[in-house]
Design a protein around this ligand. Sequence first.
Ligand SMILES: [Zn+2]
Length: 231
Amino acid sequence: MHAHGEVKEGRVKNIYNLGLKELPLKQMIEEFYRVEVSIRNDAKCAGLAEKRYGSLQNYEDAVFLCLGTGIGGATFFNGELIKPHRNAGSEYGHMVIQKENGIPCKCGRTGCFEKYCSMKAFKEKVKKILNLPETIEAREIIQAITDNRQNEELTQYIEKYINDLYIGIANIVKIIEPQAISLGGSFIYYKDILYTKLLEKAEEQKNLVEMPKIVLASLGNDAGMIGAVLE
Ligand SMILES: [Zn+2]
């Protein structure tokens, strides 16, 4: 099965979205259902599926970024998922991109990448700027963004969002040097608004950071489930 948080040996650590420090999830499920299970982080499941069957199948060194409630990641070198001996690794969402007056994160630090670039952060900000109701579907938010193209505050915010996303991705590229980065999670619903702008930004900055291919996840929401049964 796939879970939020850093998964190591059946224990899930640092599930910041739920405010949990550590949970013996494997043991709990096995005792309840009396069946052996293995547990892996949701972004790593989706990344494995994208690597095997989706957008990353033609790349040996690759990074999968899952932009949703937070930002999760999976990193591949020579075709293999990186599995550090300590924690699960590839926690790109908690890379600090804003040192001064950063937004506090549940991990305890401030200015984490996911506080600026998760889809949760994006949607909340757009809803605030356009005065949209709290419960609203992605397609309604997309429609509202399209209808408010002339809104100066919204335009500036989307520019800032793209800039922040670019900074995070450029940092990852400088450290990992992947052949491709795949963007997944609910980011794909907003691809018409955000993806082209990100590519334009990358092109504009190409003399500073040589970007690899930036692609979109191709397996959609099933990627997590497919990846949960791989390996
Ligand atoms: Zn954080």
